[in-house]
Design a protein around this ligand. Structure first.
Ligand code: BTN
Length: 267
């Protein structure tokens, strides 16, 4: 297969490989952000696509107001629409389960061993290769929808990244010729793995795998809360995806998404 086919998203191929009925992909060569596009469509009552993918994003969005650099032809940037009837009470489970789905998908297609850095970044060989951003949006009937955005650097060359992102970002493969699967296979595998978990998300069975893939449990960490850095040891992940840390005074705290920034101590 040619390089172009390996790294160009194709909605027909993706649809063929998705094993769940009713998921309609729409592929863009370039777009500002797949999450933004899905949100625009929801606000307009347009549900014709439940999975939006792009080869390139010009305004990729990350967590905590950051951007997500999304250069052309080397990654998968996609947003899956989750409608109200499917959304569990505990929306935070969606991002944790997506992290597990990405790990399972990568492992089903390769020998790569991904790890999850709490809360939902995927690392390979100590470098971030994937970020996940779930955003809630209300539709015309005031019902909540969730847009689950996933961005993966498949073969992205470090030189594409800004100096800031270069410090942490990596890719699944160093070179295009190393890739053992196509972007279409990866996109479909992620959707298939995610929907398997999502069908029974409230059982929280996936949390065991989340713990297994965690690169944080058992490590010394620092976390930022209310503007103050705390030293602690990550001891476990609870059934809602919260990170349980043991503070230096011996007390445990549970860190929840959005409240804190966590860094693995360098020493
Ligand atoms: C993060 O690492 O902070 C989260 C990054 C999420 C990036 C994905 S790429 C597809 C979707 N569209 C966006 O604009 N962001 C998400």
């Amino acid at each position: 297969m040619s390089k172009r086919e390996n790294f160009t998203l194709n909605e027909h191929l993706i649809k063929e490989m998705i094993k769940v009925n009713g998921i309609m992909p729409a592929v863009y060569r370039t777009i500002d952000s797949t999450n933004l596009e899905m949100k625009r469509r929801i606000r307009n009552g347009d549900y014709s696509a439940s999975l939006i993918l792009a080869d390139e994003q010009t305004m990729g969005r990350g967590r905590l107001g950051r951007s997500f650099e999304s250069p052309s032809g080397s990654g998968v940037y996609m947003s899956l629409l989750l409608r109200p009837e499917l959304i569990p009470d505990n929306v935070v489970l969606i991002t944790s389960s997506a992290a597990v789905a990405v790990c399972r998908a990568i492992m089903s297609l390769s020998n790569i061993r991904p790890e999850i850095k709490w809360v939902n970044d995927i690392f390979v060989n100590g470098r971030k290769v994937c970020g996940i951003l779930a955003e809630a949006v209300t539709d015309k009937d005031d019902k909540m929808n969730v847009v689950l955005g996933i961005g993966i650097n498949v073969t992205t060359d470090g030189s594409f990244f800004s100096d800031e992102v270069k410090k942490v970002a990596g890719a699944l493969f160093d070179r295009d010729s190393d890739a053992t699967f196509t972007v279409n296979q990866l996109a479909a595998a992620i959707v298939n793995e995610f929907m398997k978990i999502y069908g029974c998300i409230t059982t929280r069975d996936f949390i065991n795998d989340y713990r297994k893939y965690s690169m944080v449990i058992g490590k010394n960490v620092r976390y930022l809360e209310d503007g103050i850095w705390h030293e602690a040891k990550a001891v476990d992940v609870d059934n809602d995806g919260g990170l349980i840390v043991e503070n230096t005074d011996g007390h445990n705290s549970v860190l929840r998404t959005g409240e804190i920034t966590l860094r693995i101590k360098e020493d």
